[in-house]
Write a protein of this length. Structure first.
Length: 142
């Protein structure tokens, strides 16, 4: 929510940084003529997995595809309700919700990365392994 360029949204309140706070901003979005919002990954991601000295602002290193990210919710126990309420409120206001999802890589990186989630559960299911199964297939090498 804080990424809306040049808006009051980035300065209004801590609540505006959460999904529930976006509901309060619907009149502002309507005044701007916004017809759709795109939410960067809303699932759990590693905030530290970014360039040195920078955080992972975009959230493109998922930890779990089905768990809401801690930083987007104001109530950890009501995360699903909060997300559902936000989507319903935006839809009722005539604003579409687009979810930006990342399924082609995770925060575990390559075979040298940390084992955090998918690798430990079912490595061969979640990742394409090289023929010898000791490393991940890399289709970027020519």
């Amino acid at each position: 929510m804080a990424g809306l360029p040049g808006s009051e949204l980035t300065r209004r309140s801590e609540q505006a940084r959460h999904l529930r706070g976006l509901i309060d901003e619907i009149p502002y979005l309507q005044d701007l003529g916004v017809s759709a919002v795109e939410l960067l990954p809303v699932f759990a991601f590693d905030e530290q997995d970014g360039p040195p000295g920078l955080g992972n602002y975009w959230g493109h290193q998922p930890l779990s595809f089905f768990a809401p990210h801690d930083g987007t919710r104001s109530d950890p126990l009501g995360a699903l309700d909060e997300f559902r309420d936000m989507v319903k409120a935006l839809h009722c206001a005539g604003i579409e919700v687009i979810l930006d999802v990342v399924y082609n890589h995770t925060t575990e990186g390559n075979q040298d990365g940390p084992t955090i989630c998918f690798r430990g559960l079912a490595n061969e299911t979640y990742y394409i392994l090289a023929e010898d199964k000791s490393r991940y297939a890399d289709y970027t090498i020519s």
